[in-house]
Write a protein that binds this ligand. Structure first.
Ligand SMILES: Cc1ncc(C[n+]2csc(CCOP(=O)(O)OP(=O)(O)O)c2C)c(N)n1
Ligand SMILES: [Mg+2]
Length: 1065
């Protein structure tokens, strides 16, 4: 289809009638003096190449036309009449576009077509004179219609959007041919002719017809002044009409003086704030808003309007630019708190903190304009531009969920962007694609681009290949409102429309405030190095506040005294706050929390973990529900394979055992029973990548008829959400993290299709999950489920990169915390996240439940199995999940080796699936008496105490860590130093106050491995002080660049070698 169209385009000379003479813009007589380009800017890219600018004869069409032409020369009748006309016209000098005339159609008119003659009575032509139609009238009316449509579609290309007047917001300074009046063969004398207006425009107001001149004037007013609206790509007539009405209706942008004064006051504060900071801390980075101060009144207007329309809570995400100003003037965060951030004070609470222009905030306050209470949260964000977008969406979605706000009427999200980041960062696209998915939509986000037409030092012509920086939004049919930032009233109009659009259609929209950046990227940066011409122009451009004040003074809305008075008042407020800030001795990170969990921590023993084992009745009840077909099984046809799966599940329940999927359902189901909302999201999670989960049963005959057993466990249970996500990791993981931040009483899980793919969400992992609490005092109990394990499936689909998670764990390898009853919970309290690799369904069950049983929240990263999902031994008895059972950080050897520990020659430590392989091989080699196997299930925080105990139990054994990952991967690098600490109780830790015991064994005196003994005796023989340590050795694959081999054969060889090494004595 597309190709056919391309071929036809090449063949048929559809060139518009672009005159060779200088193009004249429609209504050019209306426009003021042409916008002179003052600077010698480099040539612009032309994105929309009209047909006329393309070579008429190109590629295959060239030879085709040539062939035709030769035949025509030989015999004009040998070609089709249309070619005959074309060649005749072009031989007499007509251009390609003019040479072509469509041939008369022989076909009968289509459904909506009528022969021209039948229209004669309506056209006032010469119908009385024998039904002859004045074709010019029809053509001219059609042309007027086309003109109106052209303005609606492309008027934004010539709107005056750039306050500097030096570049076009769409990087194209040509006038689209459809907006050239002689494109339609109108002349000046036609301007007073009256034309009936089509139903697709609102420019007439009450008038049904207008003179052409007035039509053009109104279209210019609506679409080509300081607002450029992109909306005609939207696939809904209702929505297009709605927008047309908002911009075309005569007088719609007019404002009363009260509104104008409010804008002025807000602009004054926004400008005053930056000026105050610049004066007090001239060399501090603050990423000021100068040049786009109108952002503040814009955001405030969006909040006012949205509150008026019912919104009670707004979750915002924004980058560095103008962030402090937003906190001060939009959120009204106390200025003292902001100013103390500049003072370099010490923090009064835990955490390592962040720079001031990354911190979040949460404020509940009265909106003075609407007199309604409003909650505003600005989510903390890292430097990584746009990374907080999905977080904001997840947080918003969660807030809507908990409020029962199914349509997003009460809670909304607002995202701010820089122009370079908006088009450059892929996460923007991923976030847009969540916007209309049933379990991810926030029912419309208002996006604002603070478009200062530069990204650090990079010119837009080098930072994007799309005309506008906002084009990414077109994929979701979001209208885009470009507006000149130096026209405050236009900006405010656009904000009103945006807020109403969201409230009406619950869809995303974009406000693109085209502005400039008065200073360098930050305040100590020199912009003239790279943008000399632009900055010369900026220096000669009056600040937005001055321009607006002058306008209002000129039109008599305010007096110069009033303007000064407003500015002075704000200056005084800042000075007072400054004085108070100087009295502060500490900063408090908690003041900058974006998601307070009121009531969660209060009255809780911070070290008391609730029990995770549950009643057998509950297991049985959940198990039976999970194993049953839908209650209306007679009508609900499920897949035959599924019937078998359910039957097998039921048999497991009867036998009191659970596999992985069932243990997971026990964890989820029991939490749901306790009122904890559970949400599982990720690619194909409903069924499970490995077809093991089946949380959604599909009717085999009825589309969309599904049954979710875990939603029907108990009448008063909490809601369960399980949702296949879009094919995104960065976006969806970020979303779930945001979701988890809203309410601590929920188990939010994200599952990767394979653990390997988590690295496309690396930024969320590094910047938020591993470090979020330290930087922003923000906790999250998010669970990341990462299928992991070398099973011969190649370099991908094998490794979730366990080593990376462990490398980012914050527990000190050299520090053995004091042993006590609370050892485990204290470790969890202090760590940044938990990394686990469970080998039994029961342990998986407990670790999930422990997320909620903890008195605080920590992210949990779990390596989850693939082949173990169906491994006959990877099953757990109900006994391991009932009351009294708990999560086992280490699963010690329980077989024969444990009965006679002193004769055990080797203890193999491992984690995850490889345990089953080692165990099997040990049995086959009859080494059950000689080798003990212990499983480290919670790798981080490292179970120093249990590892120490297990080693001590086998005093004569050599210790080996066995892993299937390559030596430079997996857990080895993490566990090795920690084993040494566990074995030798090291307490000498640089940079840590507690623990100073000397570096060798305390409780393990006399317990040496053979090699250690040998080493000791050698030392003594040389007369040196023996430095005797019990050490852990490594058995497994050697180092490698890739996580796994692509050859099955090689994989098996490696695996056999691994087992040999592991079990060698
Ligand atoms: C993901 C990411 N890459 C690079 C940077 C470094 N950086 C900081 S600001 C900036 C330019 C941003 O330009 P724009 O989005 O237009 O925002 P502006 O600073 O102009 O407001 C860059 C490249 C970053 N912060 N984040
Ligand atoms: Mg920019």
């Amino acid at each position: 289809m597309h190709r056919a169209r391309t071929v036809i385009n090449n063949l048929v000379p559809l060139a518009p009638l672009v005159p060779k003479i200088a193009p004249k813009r429609f209504a050019s007589w209306l426009a003021a003096a042409p916008n002179k380009i003052i600077l010698n800017s480099p040539p612009k890219r032309w994105y929309i190449a009209p047909v006329s600018s393309e070579p008429f004869l190109n590629g295959s069409s060239g030879s085709y036309v040539e062939e035709m032409y030769n035949s025509w020369l030989a015999d004009p009748k040998s070609v089709h009449a249309s070619w005959d006309v074309f060649f005749r016209n072009s031989s007499s000098g007509a251009g390609p576009g003019q040479a072509y005339q469509p041939p008369p159609s022989l076909a009968l008119p289509g459904r909506n077509e009528a022969p021209l003659s039948s229209l004669a009575p309506f056209l006032g032509g010469s119908s009385a004179l024998g039904g002859q139609v004045d074709e010019k009238i029809i053509d001219d009316h059609l042309a007027v219609q086309a003109i109106i449509r052209s303005y609606q579609i492309r008027g934004h290309h010539i709107a005056k959007l750039d306050p500097l007047g030096i570049s076009s917001a769409d990087l194209d300074d040509r006038i689209p041919p459809e907006l050239l009046y002689n494109h339609y063969s109108f002349e000046e004398r036609d301007m007073d002719r009256v034309f009936k207006l089509p139903s697709t425009t609102y420019i007439g107001g009450k008038d049904k017809a207008l003179p052409l001149k007035e039509i053009l004037r109104r279209l210019e007013t609506a679409y080509c002044r300081h607002i450029g609206v992109e909306f005609m790509f939207i696939n809904s007539l209702e929505q297009c009409n709605w927008i047309r009405q908002k911009f075309e209706t005569p007088g719609i942008m007019e404002m009363d003086s009260e509104q104008k004064r409010l804008i002025l006051a807000r602009l004054t504060r926004a400008t005053g704030f930056e000026a105050f900071l610049a004066r007090k801390w001239s060399s501090e980075k603050r990423f000021g808003l100068e040049g786009c101060e109108i952002l503040i009144p814009a955001m405030k207007q969006l909040i006012d309007k949205s509150t008026e329309l019912g919104v009670e809570s707004i979750v915002m995400g924004m980058p560095h630019r103008g962030r402090l100003n937003v906190l001060a003037n939009v959120c009204r965060k106390p200025l003292e708190q902001i100013f103390t951030q500049f003072a370099g004070l010490e923090a009064a609470d835990d955490g390592s903190g962040d720079v001031k222009y990354h911190l979040g905030t949460y404020i509940e306050r009265l909106n003075r304009v609407t007199n309604k209470n409003i909650r505003l949260a600005v989510v903390a964000n890292p430097s990584h531009l746009e990374a907080c977008d999905p977080i904001v969406q997840g947080k918003t979605r969660a807030e809507q969920f908990y409020r029962g706000d199914g349509e997003g009427k009460k809670v909304m999200s607002m995202l701010l962007h820089g122009d370079a980041a908006f088009c450059g960062q892929g996460i923007v696209f991923e976030t847009f694609h969540l916007s209309d998915l049933p379990d991810y939509t926030t029912h419309g986000t208002i996006h604002i681009v603070a478009n200062n037409q530069i990204g650090f030092t990079t010119d837009p012509r080098h930072s994007r290949s799309s005309p506008y920086c906002t084009d990414v939004a077109r994929v979701v049919n979001a209208p885009i409102f470009h507006v000149n930032g130096d026209d405050p009233e236009s900006v405010i109009h656009v904000c009103n429309v945006a807020a109403e659009w969201r409230a009406t259609f619950h869809k995303d929209c974009v406000i693109d405030i085209v502005s400039y950046r008065r200073n360098g990227h930050n305040e100590i940066d020199e912009p003239m190095f790279t943008q000399p011409l632009m900055y010369r122009k900026i220096r000669n451009t009056k600040p937005g506040l001055q321009l607006y004040a002058e306008k209002l003074i000129k039109e008599g809305t305010v007096t110069p005294e009033e303007v000064k008075d407003v500015a002075d008042k704000y200056e005084k407020i800042c000075e007072e706050a400054y004085t108070n800030a100087r009295k502060e001795t500490h900063i408090k990170y908690k003041d900058w929390l974006d998601s307070p969990w009121s009531g969660f921590f209060e009255g809780k023993d911070p070290l008391k973990v609730s029990l995770t084992g549950i009643k057998e009745d509950t297991l049985v009840h959940i198990g039976k529900r999970f194993s049953s077909p839908p209650p209306n099984a007679a009508e609900f046809v499920i897949h035959r394979g599924l019937e078998r799966i359910l039957k097998a599940r039921m048999e497991m329940v009867e036998a009191r055992i659970a596999d992985w999927a069932m243990a997971e359902s026990f964890a989820f189901g029991s939490l749901l029973k306790e009122g904890i909302h559970v949400r599982l999201s990720g690619q194909d999670v409903e069924r499970g990548t490995f077809s093991h989960r089946h949380h959604v049963l599909h009717h085999q005959l009825v589309d969309k008829a599904t049954y979710r057993p875990l939603c029907f466990l108990y009448p008063d249970q909490a809601p369960y959400t399980v949702s296949n996500s879009s094919l995104s990791e960065f976006g969806v993981l970020g979303f779930e993290l945001g979701y988890s931040m809203t309410n601590p009483n929920a188990l939010v899980c994200w599952e990767a299709q394979f653990g390997d793919f988590n690295n496309t969400a690396q930024c969320i992992i590094d910047q938020f999950i591993s470090s979020g609490q330290a930087k922003w005092v923000r906790q999250s109990g998010l669970v990341m489920l990462l299928p992991h394990g070398l099973e011969g499936m190649g370099p991908e689909h094998s490794s979730a990169r366990l080593e990376r998670f462990l490398q980012m764990s914050s527990d000190d390898p050299d520090y053995f915390p004091p042993e006590s009853e609370e050892f485990a919970v204290r470790q969890l309290h202090d760590i940044n996240w938990i990394v686990a690799n469970c080998s039994t369904p029961a342990n998986y069950f407990h670790v999930l439940r422990r997320q909620i049983a903890l008195p605080f929240r920590k992210p949990l990263v779990i390596m989850t199995p693939k082949s173990l999902l169906r491994h006959p031994e990877a099953k757990s008895s109900f006994d391991e999940m009932v009351e009294g059972s708990e999560f086992l950080r280490v699963i010690p050897e329980t077989g024969v080796a444990s009965q006679n520990p002193s004769s055990v020659k080797k203890v193999v430590f491992c984690t995850g699936k490889v345990f089953y392989d080692i165990k099997k091989a040990r049995g086959a080699r009859e080494l059950d008496n000689d080798i003990a196997i212990a499983r480290v299930e919670q790798i981080s925080p490292f179970p120093f105490d249990l590892v120490k105990r297990e080693c001590a139990k086998y005093p004569n054994a050599q210790l080996t860590w066995v892993q299937e990952e390559h030596k430079n991967q997996g857990a080895w690098s993490y566990v090795q130093p920690r084993f040494n600490t566990a074995l030798n109780n090291t307490r000498v830790v640089t940079g840590r106050a507690s623990g100073t015991e000397s570096g060798i064994f305390s409780s393990l005196v006399g317990v040496f491995s053979r090699s250690a003994k040998e080493e000791a005796s050698q030392h003594t023989a040389r007369g040196e002080q023996p430095n005797v340590k019990r050490l852990i050795r490594y058995a497994g694959r050697p180092t490698a660049a890739s996580p796994a081999t692509g050859s099955k054969n090689q994989h098996l060889k490696e695996h056999a070698q691994l087992l040999d090494d592991a079990l060698a004595l």
